[in-house]
Design a protein around this ligand. Structure first.
Ligand SMILES: Nc1ncnc2c1ncn2[C@@H]1O[C@H](COP(=O)(O)OP(=O)(O)OP(=O)(O)O)[C@@H](O)[C@H]1O
Ligand SMILES: [Zn+2]
Length: 571
């Protein structure tokens, strides 16, 4: 009987691991002090979450485990936010007052001990080769930041992952939120128990590639009892019949499918396939999560963060050859701005940081920095402005389809506007043949229908929306003719920007308004209660259907009386 009790498995409430009941108490003690558990030979592995930092043997640099923790409650964060001044956006001026030089001048770059910042030369070397975002792609859940709603402790997905029971998944989320990274982490952990992991990108893979993967998976399963996980990036780019290819094999368990998509899977993924996958909705990374990711990058590079208390003269001095020997610093404000501006896209954020650092190091200008009580030290400083420039360049350089993508869509837009149907078709084909997402083009057409054709042909909007849906239904290559039809329709259509311009004028009017906005005129207000009626709400309103003749009545606020937004505004 006692033996049976020993065998019974119970779940640790902290790390959700299954353990023999007899060991649960001792495990719990260790689990609650995760660090110790690691040291104990033969003990079950310590919790990776939420105190994952103590247990990330795989992390690269010293002190990295410290950095890799998710945002919540980190000491580094309390520092990070200090200069932010409450809920201000990073664009708003931060505290610059007498916070003083004494107060944490430079934050230690590596787990507590203030290490010297690396010189520009060594940093330049570190940044060569693989992009920073790629190099910092986490290998373990411990380093995966944010997404607590689907991956936090006690979530279904987390316990499935920890028990290595990977169901078929569709990861749906905006660009750079960590879909590929999550698949990569799953791959890493499933390799340990012999599972194969195969990656395909729907942008380049053909149906035959999928067939090959599947027949190999069948062999592996039959001969070696090995499971296969198939990761398909941008699964929405496969049309429905291509998606059908996996269906029977996902169903019978030959392959476990992990698909990643930025598009709503209920439109983009075959319904039968969808019903066999768990859809995991990943969110845009929060500003705090982005800060955690950027901090980790900063620390892996060894760049030091300069708090708001440190004054530095704005003039840059120094010559390029020697300045490479100087240490590199980044303003705290620059980091928080970057975290905010990259809009939850970690790839963009990390690329922006990398470009800013590289550009500054290459420019080799040093700045005297007041970081010690005594005097100033020369260093290469990265400011908010540099980070913004880096971000801008990152948008151009790393855009999925490159700059061409924007050039071609711009050429298409202008050709349609200029009613040149031949040029319009040419630019459309350039994009589609170059692998552009048809839905991206379709979305631009919807915009064009209102911006450039507008009320000159209100049916244009219907055409564009229909074209978008048509592309949804049948995918490439069949959908190309739908887009072609729409593009020619648009090139031939009459054009009117009256509504577009009038609306811009209204926005301009709101933007340039000074003082409080005018109140809604009383006669236009509803008066659902007696009190409101007594206050004059609705008083004097003329209900148009009651009048035979056109009604004389003002609908704009008093001060805007008679404004015509359809006339060109003089600003
Ligand atoms: N949750 C995260 N925690 C830590 N780093 C992350 C996270 N998400 C993204 N990153 C970083 O951003 C980079 C890009 O992320 P990833 O490739 O996972 O994005 P994605 O969601 O697959 O985007 P896309 O749809 O554009 O392919 C990664 O290499 C990694 O460095
Ligand atoms: Zn535990």
């Amino acid at each position: 009987m006692e033996g049976a009790e020993e065998e019974r498995l119970v779940q640790c409430p902290v790390c959700l691991r299954e353990l023999p009941a007899a060991h649960i108490n001792s495990h719990l003690d260790r689990c609650l002090q995760a660090g110790e558990a690691e040291a104990e030979p033969g003990s079950s592995p310590p919790c990776k979450w939420p105190r994952l930092a103590a247990a990330s043997p795989g992390s690269q640099a010293e002190g990295e485990a410290e950095d890799a923790r998710p945002a919540a409650g980190l000491p580094v964060f309390s520092l990070f936010h200090k200069g932010r001044g409450g809920g201000q956006s990073p664009g708003a001026p931060g505290r610059r007052s007498g916070a003083g030089r004494e107060e944490a001048a430079v934050k230690p770059a590596e787990g507590g001990a203030a290490a010297a910042a690396p010189s520009g030369a060594s940093l330049a070397q570190k940044l060569e080769g693989k992009p920073l975002a790629e190099r910092l792609r986490p290998d373990t859940l411990g380093d995966y930041v944010g997404q607590e709603r689907v991956l936090g402790a006690q979530t279904l997905l987390r316990s499935l992952l920890e028990s290595h029971e990977i169901p078929s998944l569709i990861l749906w989320g905006p660009p750079g939120c960590g879909k590929t990274t999550l698949a990569h982490i799953i791959a890493n952990s499933s390799k340990k128990n012999g599972t194969r992991f195969v990656t395909l990108s729907a942008t380049s893979a053909k149906t035959n590639d999928v067939r090959d993967v599947i027949s190999q998976a069948q062999n592996e399963k039959r001969l070696f009892k090995r499971k296969t996980i198939l990761f398909i990036d941008e699964i929405h780019r496969f049309n429905k019949s291509q998606q059908d290819t996996f269906l029977p094999h996902v169903e019978c368990g030959t392959v476990t499918l992990i698909g990643a998509t930025t598009e709503n899977p209920s439109f983009q993924v075959n319904a039968a396939l969808l019903s066999r996958c768990r859809v995991i909705v990943l969110e845009k990374l929060s500003v705090e999560a982005m800060e955690a990711i950027l901090m980790r990058a900063i620390r892996s590079l060894g760049v030091q963060v300069l708090g708001q208390g440190n004054q530095h003269s704005s003039s840059a001095t120094g010559s390029s050859s020697e300045s490479l020997e100087f240490p590199v610093y980044i303003e705290e404000k620059a980091l928080s701005t970057l975290a905010y501006l990259c809009d939850g896209d970690a790839r963009t954020g990390l690329n922006g940081l990398q470009l800013a650092v590289q550009a500054r190091v290459a420019a080799g200008k040093t700045t005297p920095l007041n970081i010690t009580k005594g005097g100033s030290v020369d260093g290469i400083l990265i400011t908010e402005e540099h980070v913004k420039e880096g971000l801008q360049r990152s948008h151009i350089l790393y855009d999925r389809a490159g700059e061409e993508h924007y050039n071609c869509i711009s050429a298409l837009h202008k050709s349609m506007r200029g009613s040149d149907e031949n040029a319009s078709l040419y630019w459309l084909a350039r994009m589609l043949e170059g692998g552009e997402d048809p839905l991206y083009v379709a979305r631009r057409l919807v915009r064009f229908a209102s911006e450039d054709i507008g009320l000159a042909d209100p049916l244009a909007l219907t055409q564009a929306v229909a074209a978008y849906q048509g592309c949804h239904f049948i995918g490439m290559p069949e959908c190309e003719v739908i887009l072609a039809q729409c593009v020619v329709y648009f090139a031939r259509a009459p054009k009117s920007i009256a509504v577009y311009r009038a609306y811009s004028n209204v926005k301009e009017c709101l933007r340039t308004h000074t003082g409080p906005l005018p109140p809604v005129p009383l006669h236009l207000r509803n008066a659902p209660t007696r009190l409101m009626k007594n206050l004059g709400y609705g008083k004097g309103y003329k209900y148009n259907p009651m009048y035979q003749e056109p009604v004389e009545q003002d609908y704009l606020p008093e001060e805007l009386k008679g404004t015509d937004f359809f006339k060109e505004r003089k600003t």
